[in-house]
Design a binder for this molecule. Sequence first.
Ligand code: PEP
Length: 253
Amino acid sequence: MRGFLVAGNWKMNGRNAVNEQLAGEIIAGMPHSDSVELLICPPYPYLASMAAKVDGTALALGAQNLSEFESGAHTGEIAPGMLLDVGCKYVIVGHSERRAMYGESNECVARKFAAASKAGLQPILCVGETLEDREAGRTEKVIESQLGAVLELVGIETFATAVLAYEPVWAIGTGKTASPDQAQDVHKHIRSILAAQDDNIASQVRILYGGSVNGSNADGLFAMTDIDGGLIGGASLKSADFLAIAAAAASQG
Ligand code: PEP
């Protein structure tokens, strides 16, 4: 039984007071369900204060990015061990915004994934195609090369403690969600890529869907066989919206 993970990617949003209120409301309203895990990923400067806030609760903490290096002369970078030190359990790796705006290649994402795993963090590996890719019929090929680069570097065993997120770039922050069937097709394909190497790991790994998920479309998406929760951007910034998505996951359990 895989269980659901509903992860909020706060991106570059929030300030102390807003974060305190948002996290407090999420903690107060989160479903008490063994089959649903809730996670927030605030910006770096707020990880320590949010770690204190979630301490003793079931709300998990994650970061949005990390360095592939362990320490040293990397001005402005954040090491995997630092994230662990301040209480992170998860870290998002290879978000499409980082790939597109900060030049992260498949190989760079793979090295970050490896660094996260080595440090004891659970990477949430984002993969997904652009609209151009989809229209050209390249969706599966793109996913295969994004996932393939990581598999090649770390091997299938590392996926036993990882999470995947299918995030079609055309659905992120656009209000256009993949239909449950469109998403399920890709999730099934992702699981089959992993199953070709290890059936057991493939059947246990959680694959999240991300891209304009909200309280109204979450039910349909989470009902699909291979969708194990969501990576939520915009709707994670309002507790009522995020909790509605969490409730949709809990109702599947
Ligand atoms: C995201 O950025 O990971 C995301 C899914 O954003 P949104 O929910 O706003 O589309």
